[in-house]
Structures are given as C-alpha cells and as structure tokens.
Design a protein around this ligand. Structure first.
Ligand SMILES: [Fe+2]
Ligand SMILES: [Fe+2]
Length: 423
C-alpha cells in the first residue's frame, strides 16, 4: 500500500471514483464489497487499518476489518468474522458518527481536545499493543440521507511509515467514496436477503437446510477457496473474483430440493433405494434453474448445484450427464479434477457443516471425530488439496461456525475484535 496520499486533480479524482464505483458494482457479495471499500479508502488515505460497521436493528454491527500491523495483506483471517455490536450514541466514536451523521477527524487519539464530543476508548490498544494515533471516521449514507454504516480509518502513514494526521485530500475524497459504498452495500445486503428468503422456502421443505447452514457453507467455501488459491499460486485478481462468486453460489447448493416431494424430503426413516434415486435428482433440478444464463454467478451456482455430491474417487452422484434437460437418473462416474473446483470445495464445506450440526437422527459430532473422518476421506470423498486448505484455516472455520450459530440469540455488545480498532 502506498504510504502517501495522492493529490488528485478534479478530473483525475472523478475518474478514480468512477473506476471504484464500477468495480464495486461488479461485486456480488457483501464481504467482497466491504473488503474492496476498505482497500480503496485505505489506499487513498494511506491508512494502516480500517473497520466498517453496518447499521442493523438500531445498532452498529461489526462488518469488516483490515489491519496491516496484525493481518498480513491477502491472508485468510478469522478477524473478519468477529461478531459484536455497538450502540448508536456518544459512548464510542463510531457510535457518535452514526448518531450525528457527521465525519470526525482526530489527529491524535491520545491528545483529544477537552471539548471533544466523544472520548477515545484505549482498551483495544491496551489489549493488543497497537498504538492508535490518527482516526478518520465517516458515516456511510443512503441516497435518502440515512446512515447505513460507518467507515473508520486508523493511522494515516507518512513516507517513513510514521502515523500522522489524515491529509486534507483524504478528508475531501473519502466522503465521496463512502457515498458510492452505500449503494453497493445496500445492493449486496438485498442479494443476501433474497438468497436467504429463497433458501427459507427450501427450508420449509427440508428442515436441515436452514439459513444458518447455507450462510456457514457460503463462508466456509469462500475461505477454503481463498486458502486453496494461495496454496496453488492463483493470482490475486482471479482469487478475489472467484471468492466473491463462490460465497453466494455455495449458499444455493441445495436449491434444487424445491423439486423433491415432501414424502421423500421429510421421511424420518432411511430412504429406500428408489427414493434415494429421486432425492439425488435435486442436483439436476438445481442446475436447471441456472441454465440459459450468461452470468458468471449463475454459471457457478449451476455448477455447484449439480456437482456438490460428486466424490473425488468417482463414487458420488449424479455423474456425467450429456443432456441435463432430459436426465432422469445418474450418468457415468465423475472423478478428480473433472469435478469443478467450486463443487469440490462446497462438498467439503457442506459435509463438515452437516456432521457438526444436530439432525433428527444424530447429535452434532465433536470436532475430533469430524477431523478424523476428513483425514480418512482425504483423496477418497474429498480433493486432498481442498482438505489441506481446510485444515490449514481451521481457526477461521471455527470463527465462522461461532458467528453463524443456529438460533443465534443476537450478539452482545462490546465483545470486541482482536484486529479491530479504537471504535
Ligand atoms: Fe445436496
Ligand atoms: Fe447443505
């Protein structure tokens, strides 16, 4: 990240903002959008760290964090799955900015003027050894002028890497970027809600496909892919694009269950072979929903829906199907790299989540038992490289599981994040 703020002229600035806006409009997933907004706003301001909060149910909910001091850039990290909320009031700097709708520019958090409207809370610094100096906190507003979130940037850096006050240019440019951000954030929230609603319809049919399950499978898949891509040396552009798509597409893995009758879907006993053959058709029904579209998201959703029950050793279903529209049953076995990568990843994410969840016929398995099974199935059910990526980021997987737990009571305030910032 360049450490000094560019001083763009008016035309250059407009061009830059348009480019960022276009980039944001291409992204599908909320996390990818928040990541991008932080990347761009930190680049413009030369900031070491940044956090985004989103307004949800009258509070500020932690959304995303960057921190160059604690998180290696481009790495998979559990810190983005921190889960806490703050009140919208003067008890924190971000709360104050959300309440007033006015940006707040602090040159030195430890030497704030006596008449400051809000105090700096040094607990994050004390806990982590971080040293917060400058803070630029901006409201994100909808086109109607309501505050939908807050971006907080910490420690602008000079060329020598020292923390300095935020430069004038950043204070002018960033509110414009926050406006562009608000449109993208709103759209992404709508996409997630639409998917969850769609899956709620599927859930009415299959009680095991809950909103929490599909949210977890989406997040697991995104992070497993991220780690896999780093391990395989996949370039940053490709990595970010695919990570954005896979999270959304993975959530739709079982959407084809809407085509399976209740008699089979809700049968409390083991399925008879002919019933299981019908059940397997949910993969084909699912992929048919995404056919005849040119969108990359539909292509990936269709690929995952079709292939998420394939196994690395060729014993999965539905196998090779020449004509999806006419398919009535399984085709020749599909194995190894013939199964699309995104489906190999979702296969693991989906099975891992099902094993760790309570089902009418089994209690949740303990981690040890699940990990044993993954080792056994490495190279059998699952792609060995995907298993390796998964095991490598198990702390991130566990953070996702905690954040999107079933029947979540709603997070408590102030639990804090280890890579968050002064707030
Ligand atoms: Fe499935
Ligand atoms: Fe599932």
């Amino acid at each position: 990240m360049p450490s000094s703020c560019p001083a763009p002229d008016g035309a250059e600035l407009v061009r830059e903002l348009l480019a960022i806006n276009e980039e944001l409009s291409r992204l599908k997933d909320l996390d990818a959008i928040l990541d991008r907004i932080l990347t761009e706003s930190r680049r413009i301001a030369g900031a070491d760290a940044g956090t985004i909060y989103l307004v949800e149910d009258g509070r500020l909910r932690f959304g995303y964090v960057h921190n160059d001091t604690f998180i290696r850039q481009g790495d998979v990290t559990k810190d983005i799955y921190a889960d806490f909320t703050l009140p919208i009031d003067g008890t924190s700097i971000v709360g104050h900015v959300a309440a007033t709708g006015q940006p707040l520019d602090i040159a030195n958090a430890y030497a704030m003027p006596a008449d400051s409207p809000v105090a700096f809370n040094p607990s994050f610094d004390r806990k982590t050894g971080y040293h917060t100096t400058s803070m630029l906190t901006l409201p994100v507003k909808t086109s109607q002028g309501t505050v939908s979130g807050v971006i907080q940037l910490i420690n602008a850096k000079d060329d020598a890497g020292r923390a300095v006050p935020f430069p004038q240019d950043a204070r002018v440019v960033l509110p414009l970027l926050a406006n562009a951000a608000s449109v993208a954030i709103e759209r992404a929230i709508m996409t997630r809600e639409l998917i969850l609603r769609m899956m709620q319809m599927a859930e009415l049919r299959d009680p095991s496909e809950t909103g929490a399950h599909v949210t977890r499978v989406g997040a697991y898949s995104a992070e497993i892919y991220h780690k896999y891509a780093l391990m395989q040396g996949i370039g940053e552009h490709e990595r970010k694009k695919t990570k954005d798509l896979i999270r959304v597409a993975a959530m739709l893995h079982d959407v084809g269950k809407v085509g399976i009758s209740d008699k089979i879907l809700k049968k409390p006993a083991r399925l008879e072979p002919e019933e299981f053959a019908v059940m397997q058709m949910h993969t084909v029904f699912g992929t048919r929903l995404f056919q005849n579209s040119t969108s990359e998201l539909d292509a990936m959703s269709g690929s995952i829906a079709l292939n998420h029950h394939e196994k690395w050793n060729g014993t999965g279903y539905p196998g090779r199907l020449a004509d999806l529209a006419a398919a009535q049953g399984p085709g020749q076995p599909k194995a190894g790299a013939e199964i699309p990568l995104e489906a190999r990843i979702v296969a693991l994410a989906d099975v891992f989540d099902a094993l760790g969840s309570r089902r009418s016929y089994k209690p949740p398995w303990p981690d040890e038992k699940i990990l044993d099974l993954l080792h056994t199935e490495r190279g059998a059910h699952f792609d060995p490289d995907v298993v390796d990526a998964f095991l490598d980021i198990f702390d991130v997987i566990a953070a996702i599981r905690d954040k999107y737990a079933e029947d979540q009571p709603g997070p408590d305030a102030g639990t804090g994040t280890d890579a968050g910032t002064g707030s």
